[in-house]
Structures are given as structure tokens and as C-alpha cells.
Design a binder for this molecule. Structure first.
Ligand code: AVJ
Length: 318
């Protein structure tokens, strides 16, 4: 059953947060923009296509883990929790978890209302007895859980290695905020992408079909459309590189020639070879995962990985 009081998406005016983030990011040296702005409708569609690419192992590896270890989850977390999913998106992995643990309610949280409502409706019809309570919001800001789950112990679900988008200090802050939001009796099931062979990592973010390149370049189209921009789309190329010092993949948009463009009335220049750093995707060793969780106020209790150790699902308790 789908329980929602959200109005349908209004026609959007210029988004002041988007404008501020992009103007700030382009004014900085080196230029860097937050990855949340990738996910307009087209960006969300491209990301869905990325998850099906042969090179992009995280989604299928994590989904297989969720599928394979249902009985373990049921035993470790018990029935009757409220599952709170952070950044639910299309929520394609969630049915495996819900089927396994029989929760008392499901609260998917996402910034994209359109996407969230479509996937919530789908989920609600697949689980007719489960109260589905979608919450439109940014989990990096303050959130209020629906009061109907006040008395239920919570299981936070944070799949996809989305945590990897954050710098370590921000990741710790987010984990602490989740701990605060979910409460003393809560648990957290989190997906974390492992450090591995450099070629494999880079290929996952620079696929042969060019879908990740299109995903990265879509940010330029979005800036042009929504912020009165005139960035030349042929003036940029997609770059993915492994930063070994920081154990992360970085995506950049690199200027192929000297550029001069405008965004929301402001003027910007880029030298040939200069980049806009559009995303970081941090990877973790087995001990890094636990250290990060403990720093964030969570005690790891179990973890599951695939035979090749590509990806880890970690269960922690408050
Ligand atoms: C959704 C942040 C987990 O970092 O792998 C995929 C986003 N960017 N390909 C990731 C992404 C380029 C993805 N996360």
C-alpha cells in the first residue's frame, strides 16, 4: 500500500541550490561540482543504463549478494523493522531485502520525487501488505521520518556504495546523522565498493559504449538548459582516473581547447586541458570499511562479499 501526501511535481523554475553549487564550483580552483546534480531525468536514465554495463560490476555484484544471503539477513536483523532506504532511486535491489526480512514498513528516501513515486508505486503493488511511505528529501540535510514508524526499530539501508561519493569527513558526518535519525535500536546495511585492480576500476567509469561519458557530459546539457548556460558540448571530453593517494575514482570534464562561456549571467574561462572535477567515488579496503563505520557511530556485526571481493555489504548496529 502506497501512503503519500506529496503533490505532483510542479513545473520547475530555476533551482537556486543548483545555481549556487554550479557557480561556486566553477569559481573554485580547481573547478569541482557536486555529483548530486547528475541526476535529472536524463541523468537518472543514463545511470540506470550504467548499472547494466558489462564493465560496471557494483550493481550486479551487490544485487547478487542481496539475493544470495536473505536467510542470513533475516537471522541477523529479525522481522518487524522499518526499513529506511537512503537514496532509493529506482530501488531495484530492495525487493530482495524486503522479501527476506519481512519488515513492518518501508520508507524510501530520494531527492528525485518523480523517480521515487514511480518506484514506490511499483514496490507497493509487489508488496500489497507492506506500508510504503516515500519521503522526498536530501539525506544530506535534516529529515523527519513519518510518525507512523515511531515505535518500530529501524534498519537503515544504504546500498550502491553511494557513501563513496563523499569525502571521508563528510561520510563520517552522514553516518552519524543516520545513527541519530534511526535511533538506539537501529541497524544499518550498507554497500561499499572495494579497492581493486586499477584497470578494472577505471573501466567501470570509462565504458566502451560511452554511457558513462554521456552521463558525465549530461551535466553540461543540464547547466545550459536550466541555468542559461552556453557551454560548448563539443568543448569537453569525459575523463576517469584512479587517484591512488585518496583511493578513489575521479570523473572530470576536460576542456579540449581554451573555453569561454557563461552560466546564469557569469563569465568563466578554462585553459585547454583544465578540468571540472564532477565526481569522486571512494573505494575501501576491508579494514577501511569498519574504521569508517566505527568513526560514524556504528559497530560492524557481519559482512558479505562476492568470491572475487569486488564489493561488500556490511551490517552494523547502533
Ligand atoms: C551511484 C555514486 C555509487 O560512484 O559508482 C557510476 C555513480 N558515476 N558511474 C558510483 C557513478 C559514474 C555511482 N554511485
Amino acid at each position: 500500500m502506497l501512503l503519500t501526501d506529496e503533490a505532483p511535481a510542479a513545473r520547475r523554475a530555476i533551482d537556486p541550490a543548483f545555481r549556487r553549487d554550479i557557480i561556486d564550483g566553477l569559481s573554485r580552483a580547481p573547478k569541482a561540482t557536486p555529483p548530486i546534480w547528475f541526476y535529472d531525468r536524463r541523468g537518472s536514465e543514463l545511470f540506470e543504463r550504467i548499472t547494466d554495463l558489462p564493465e560496471y560490476y557494483p550493481t550486479r555484484t551487490e544485487t547478487a549478494l542481496l539475493q544470495a544471503h536473505g536467510q542470513d539477513f533475516a537471522k541477523a536483523v529479525g522481522e518487524g523493522r522499518a526499513v529506511v532506504e537512503f537514496g532509493a532511486g529506482s530501488a531495484r535491489k530492495t525487493p530482495h531485502l524486503l522479501r527476506a526480512i519481512q519488515p513492518a514498513a518501508y520508507v524510501p528516501i530520494d531527492i528525485s520525487g518523480d523517480f521515487l513515486h514511480a518506484s514506490s508505486a511499483q514496490l507497493a503493488s509487489a508488496f500489497p501488505d507492506l506500508p510504503v511511505l516515500p519521503l522526498v528529501g536530501d539525506f544530506n540535510g535534516p529529515l523527519h521520518l513519518p510518525t507512523t514508524i515511531d515505535t518500530l526499530p529501524r534498519l537503515g539501508f544504504f546500498p550502491g556504495s553511494t557513501i563513496g561519493n563523499m569525502e571521508p569527513d563528510a561520510a563520517v558526518d552522514l553516518l552519524r546523522a543516520m545513527r541519530q535519525l534511526l535511533g538506539d535500536a537501529s541497524m544499518l546495511l550498507i554497500g561499499m565498493d572495494r579497492i581493486k585492480d586499477r584497470q578494472r576500476l577505471v573501466a567501470a567509469y570509462d565504458d566502451d559504449a560511452g554511457v558513462t561519458a554521456a552521463f558525465n557530459l549530461n551535466l553540461i546539457a543540464r547547466i545550459n538548459r536550466e541555468l542559461e548556460g552556453d557551454l560548448p558540448i563539443d568543448g569537453f571530453v569525459h575523463r576517469a582516473l584512479w587517484n591512488d593517494d585518496k583511493a578513489r575514482i575521479e570523473m572530470h570534464l576536460e576542456a579540449v581547447r581554451p573555453l569561454h562561456f557563461h552560466v546564469a549571467g557569469q563569465c568563466f574561462r578554462m585553459a585547454a586541458g583544465e578540468t571540472i572535477h564532477t565526481e569522486s567515488s571512494h573505494k575501501y579496503g576491508a579494514r577501511d570499511e569498519r574504521l569508517l563505520l566505527r568513526a560514524g557511530g556504528w559497530e560492524p556485526v557481519r559482512e558479505w562479499t562476492d568470491p572475487d571481493g569486488l564489493f561488500a555489504l556490511v551490517l552494523a548496529k547502533a
